[in-house]
Design a protein around this ligand. Sequence first.
Ligand SMILES: [Zn+2]
Ligand SMILES: [Zn+2]
Length: 287
Amino acid sequence: MNNFRKDRNYLLKYSLMSGIVFLFINSALLIIRGGHLSFHINIELAPLALLSILFCGLPSSMLHNCAHGNWKPKMMNTFLGEIFGTVMLYGFKGFKLGHMFHHKFPDDPDYDVHPSKGYHFLQFLVSPIKDTLAVIERVYFEYFGDNESSRRNIFWQKIFFNISIALRFSFWLLLLGPSLFVFFYLPIYILNIFVFAHINYAAHIVNQDGNSEVVNLNHNLYYRIVNVLSMGGYFHKSHHLKPQCLNPAKAIIDDNTPYVTFIHEKKEVITKRLEKRHLRLVKAQYL
Ligand SMILES: [Zn+2]
Ligand SMILES: [Zn+2]
């Protein structure tokens, strides 16, 4: 966060540098592959897609721990962060910055990169990158002023961010070839997005008072399995209370005191269906 505050070109330089690096790597891969792209898909590799279930929680849980600097030695966080940020396509530094906002301002509609806002799950699923960019833009204007130079900077940040995503995407295609890309990389990527969107969606609830609260979830088979595959992903209350814990399932916290993250001045209007879901989750939390 400090680097972002000190350097107005922090994210612009990161996206630009990532773009140059992947342009170079992709060109090298293209040369190694004899300058031609094969689009032949070997259907016999289709069963590999089943492996994606085993790895569905890995990329984001590794990346997430890198954002918190939980690996030792410290430089491993940058190294692994860049690798798993490449798997997730959006890189490491922007994710880390957005995630620090999530911890500093959990459920704040203006500063959290994924407040629930009464979204349905599908809306929540497609909103993280858009909401992260919106928060970064808002904070950027607060730090550096809402002026022409800031707007130009934001404009180029978004352009180079999108280019770097496209280059990371083509990197995996060039590295793995079309069959592994389709039957191994894409299923892991898509499942991982679903798994972590649901973790953030289900563990940040609106409680009976209309305020936001973070809960731990481990009360059914699905949550238990995903908690194993994602290094305690649904132990989200424990994670917010002890973010330096590599696996929050192992963190010892006071589980009986509700962890309210945001008191909404104007309480969220929640639909009957959402209310039922939230109440069910709160109840499950205290079983
Ligand atoms: Zn959270
Ligand atoms: Zn975190």
